[in-house]
Design a protein around this ligand. Structure first.
Ligand code: 3H9
Length: 702
């Protein structure tokens, strides 16, 4: 089926892109060929004075180049050619003898935006679905169809680098303010306004564009010296943020700088070369795999949920976080309940803060803010639960308390309502023992802070029905979360694989390694924060409780390092208490607290070598992850890896713990674990899954 339709309307060639066999529009090789042929024809078409391009999809403009094609690229030269072909097509659009305009509604990303940038005029709808950006670096690539050349020329180097180096996607309004889009219109008049612009341009009118950024913009972007400063600062920031682990942003920076220095033609050549190199790197391959794994996960259990009213029991930090995120993301009616009104009031304020934050960051309008706030209400009774479709409890982590809440909720809610527990340590099947309707009981384990953490673990109990799982997954997704379905075993997936990692950091600390040193090494390895900082963030009491449960379930292998209990006893619960391993003042981390060393009775003395620290903390996590996969805790290595990436920031360029085992090779992991078991103890004994893989050269991924 051809992807392009073309019709003449009042002297304008209206071209519509619609890949009928694909959910979104992408620019594949075949689409490129069609564009080339269409433009060749239109150049010679006397009835067309201008060209206007639209998408035939209801909510998508162009999602970029076809990422599926990247997977098949076998050499840098082939990838370079792909980019050069894109340049050729878009240079033809940019130099087309008749004005080409675009009417954008829906996602306009990567190659889609690069197409738009090559056009003479861009009109976009002000709809929330209209988003524009160059997310290529998120795939370990750079904008390879001229984005790194045309965007800085349009909006200035500073603003362009801000988008390109972070792989940012902006809403239409912001894109308009930045000057990426020429006109912003409601969807209903997109077509008319775009055609009118095409007509005016055909008549000789030229839009006048102000360079954004005013005087400062001129000083920094408009002269070589200012630009040098911009690039130097950008390079420093990239190095700081990527720790040198991601080559794409630096390559993108080079392509932009080179183009501004040597002209667009040379810039495009350099861009193609760098794109070619990046496309075949291991990092890009991993990030592309993560993209596909995440989109596949969106489809699993992909039935529409019917949740219109969400009720929450427990208006504490978690409950309020769930309430605020649910209303902000899913726009549902939310009712909170706690035991007394002051608690409810506190919860309502905390939920509202999430909406205030969205307003401040202009993710929602004032009008939406007011409308959404009105959707959240609270009470100290179960009044209002009669209309609940889903109830999430976030009360004290105690089996009896949770079972009591379950009984009360069942009495107050309709038959169809799902009861979800936000427990992190209690088996769902145990909670459901108190249920009249155990088939409607499930676990929804959110991570703190709910508004920011992207993962949700969904845990069916022994008697939970598939329909209940679908409701929980679908609602989690509406809340903007990536949901993985995990088995009802202690620690589920995330805490199970985090526990040995945190414990090992504790053991190493007791052997005399400085706290900052452990954290620094793990950040250098690619984690967003080190394990000791993570402990402070999670809360030492929470970590102690979770590690206690895991110890009880799995025995000495997961014995908690004694440091946690010592800190908890001293009231050092981490950031929330203003003291933990680190000191905190005014909400900011202020360095390691020497008192923490005194408390655990060690003085940092260098201790274990860095290479051994890395090996111990990483391998113990990989070992536990492999074991848990063997027990079916996650449904696939893909779910396990996505969980680790989104749950606690396992370094994306390493693909996830199971992908990392594959990269290292099970035989090597087993040999290293055996050496560690001899030296440091039985807890390192390689699990059966790894031993088996080592014997038969097996892997988690085919
Ligand atoms: C690029 O452009 C490079 C250029 O600079 C230079 C080249 C030389 N390709 O996410 P969804 C599929 S790099 C192939 O569930 P949503 C996706 O896999 C590209 N397939 O929908 C899924 O397939 P399936 C830069 C793609 O509404 C289906 O579409 N662009 C592509 O939640 C539905 O996807 C990006 O990085 C693609 N480009 O979100 C944007 N995009 O149903 C990546 C999507 O068979 N895409 N698919 O499993 C997105 O961010 C989201 O998909 C989007 C829609 C926001 C567009």
């Amino acid at each position: 089926m051809p992807a392009l339709r073309c019709e003449l309307q009042d002297g304008i060639a209206v071209v519509t892109l619609d890949l009928t066999d694909h959910p979104v529009n992408v620019i594949s090789r075949a689409v490129k060929d069609e564009f080339n042929a269409t433009f060749e024809r239109l150049a010679a078409e006397p009835g067309a004075q201008a060209v206007a391009l639209f998408s035939g999809k209801p909510d998508n403009f162009i999602a970029g180049a076809d990422i599926e094609e990247f997977v098949k690229l076998s050499s840098a030269a082939e990838a370079e050619r792909l980019s050069a072909d894109g340049h050729e097509m878009l240079s033809r659009v940019a130099a087309f003898p008749k004005p080409v305009v675009v009417g954008i509604h829906g996602a306009c990303l990567g190659g889609g935006l690069e197409f738009a940038l090559a056009c003479a005029y861009r009109v976009a709808t002000d709809h929330p679905k209209t988003q524009l950006g160059l997310p290529e670096v998120q795939l370990g690539l750079l904008p390879g169809a001229g984005g790194g050349q045309r965007l800085p020329r349009l909006i200035g180097a500073r603003a362009a680098l801000d988008i390109i180096l972070a792989g940012k996607v902006e809403r239409a309004r912001k894109a308009f303010q930045l000057g990426i889009v020429d006109e912003l219109v409601p969807p209903a008049i997109l077509r008319d306004i775009t055609l009118a612009a095409a007509k005016k341009l055909a008549g000789g009118w030229r839009p006048r564009r102000k360079r954004p950024g005013g005087f400062v913009g001129w000083v920094l972007d408009g002269n070589p010296l200012g630009r040098m400063l911009v690039f130097r600062m950008a390079r420093q920031q990239v190095l700081k943020q990527t720790g040198g682990n991601y080559p794409a942003p630096l390559a993108a920076l080079e392509a932009v700088e080179y183009g501004l220095r040597h002209g667009i033609a040379e810039g495009l050549k350099r861009e193609a070369q760098l794109f070619g190199r990046l496309a075949v790197t291991d990092v890009s391959r991993k990030l592309v795999q993560i993209f596909f794994a995440t989109t596949q996960l969106k489809k699993d259990y992909g039935v529409a949920d019917e949740v219109k009213r969400l009720c929450i029991v427990g208006a504490g930090f978690m409950g309020a976080g769930i309430a605020g995120t649910a209303v902000a993301q899913a726009g549902v009616d939310v009712r909170m309940k706690d035991s007394d009104l002051p608690r409810v009031a506190k919860g309502l304020i905390a939920a509202r803060e999430i909406l205030d934050d969205r307003l401040k960051r202009r993710r929602i309008t004032k009008y939406e803010h007011t409308r959404l706030i009105a959707l959240v209400s609270g009470s100290d009774s179960y009044a209002g639960f009669g209309r609940a479709d889903l109830v999430i409890e976030a009360v004290f982590e105690d089996l009896q308390v949770k079972q009591q809440v379950l009984r009360e909720v069942e009495a107050a809610t309709p038959e169809h309502a799902v009861f979800a527990s936000n427990t992190s340590t209690i088996p769902i099947t145990r909670i459901a023992e108190a249920a009249q309707r155990p088939e409607r009981v499930i676990g929804m384990h959110f991570f703190s802070p709910v508004a920011r953490m992207p993962l949700l673990e969904v845990i069916p109990g022994a008697r939970t029905t598939p329909g209940t799982v679908s409701t929980a997954v679908a609602f989690g997704r509406r809340m903007g979360k990536t949901a993985i379905v995990v088995k009802d075993t202690p620690g589920f997936w995330i805490n199970r694989i985090l526990a040995p990692y945190m414990n090992e950091a504790g053991h190493i600390l007791l052997e005399g390694v400085a706290i900052e040193e452990i954290d620094r090494l793990m950040v250098q390895w690619g984690f967003p924060v080190g394990p000791i900082t993570l402990l402070d963030e999670v809360g030492l009491d929470v970590a102690q409780k979770a590690s206690g449960v895991l110890h009880a379930a799995f025995g000495d292998r997961l014995v908690p390092a004694p440091v946690f209990a010592l800190l908890v006893k001293d009231g050092r619960l981490g950031r929330k208490a203003g003291k933990g391993f680190y000191k905190y003042a005014n909400g900011k981390k202020r360095g390691v607290d020497p008192a923490a060393y005194a408390l655990v009775g060690v003085h940092p003395n260098g201790g274990v070598r860095p290479a051994e620290i890395l090996q111990r903390v990483v391998l113990t996590m990989l070992n536990e992850a492999a074991r848990a996969v063997g027990e079916g805790v996650v449904r696939s290595p893909r779910d396990g890896d996505i969980g680790a990436l989104f749950g606690f920031g396992f370094p994306p360029f390493r693909g996830g713990p199971l992908r990392h085992v594959d990269d290292l090779g099970a035989a090597r992991v087993v040999a290293d674990l055996e050496r560690l078991a001899d030296r440091c103890g039985e807890r390192f004994s390689p699990c059966e899954v790894l031993q088996d893989q080592a014997r038969r050269h097996g892997k988690f991924y085919p």
